[in-house]
Design a protein around this ligand. Structure first.
Ligand SMILES: [Zn+2]
Length: 154
């Protein structure tokens, strides 16, 4: 078994046994060296975004003092949900290793297929209404950003 996936599984098991959250663990590695090791903490923290991958990205970014993790690899015990999948993109991580698939996870009750349906525009039922309001007023912020001389792109 892969050494880093083994760490992620150990982390997931510890979190699960402490009732911190579901059976999900994650490890971020930079050039073969462990940077962050986390598990799902949704139940412990009452934070619906406290998925292992999100926490690992936050931890690795803090440790490396960079929002750009393009020289890192991520190991997740399960195929990331759409939120984490997006976060991996935002972090610019170039390689994802995952153990179980989203179908395996769905089979034990963690079904995120409805989010994929929403993203693809195939959703039959929407969980919430998304209403576009005050576009012009909000556009002012974008214009201010364009003009901001000391902006830093990320
Ligand atoms: Zn997730």
């Amino acid at each position: 078994m892969n050494e880093f996936m083994k760490m992620a599984v150990k982390e997931a098991r510890e979190g699960m046994n402490k009732n911190h959250g579901g059976p999900f663990g994650c490890v971020i590695v930079k050039k073969g060296i462990l940077v962050a090791r986390t598990h799902n903490r949704v139940l412990e923290t009452n934070d619906p975004t406290a998925h292992a991958e999100i926490l690992a990205i936050r931890e690795a970014s803090a440790i490396l003092k960079s929002f750009d993790l393009s020289d890192c690899e991520i190991y997740s015990t399960s195929q990331p949900c759409p939120m984490c999948y997006s976060a991996i993109h935002w972090a610019r991580i170039k390689k994802l290793y995952f153990g179980t698939t989203k179908d395996d996870v769905s089979a034990i009750g963690f079904d995120d297929s409805f989010i994929y349906d929403v993203i693809k525009g195939n959703a039959v039922v929407q969980q919430f209404d998304a209403i576009n309001i005050d576009r012009d007023e909000c556009q002012g912020l974008l214009n201010e950003w364009i003009e901001k001389p000391d902006k830093k792109m990320y």
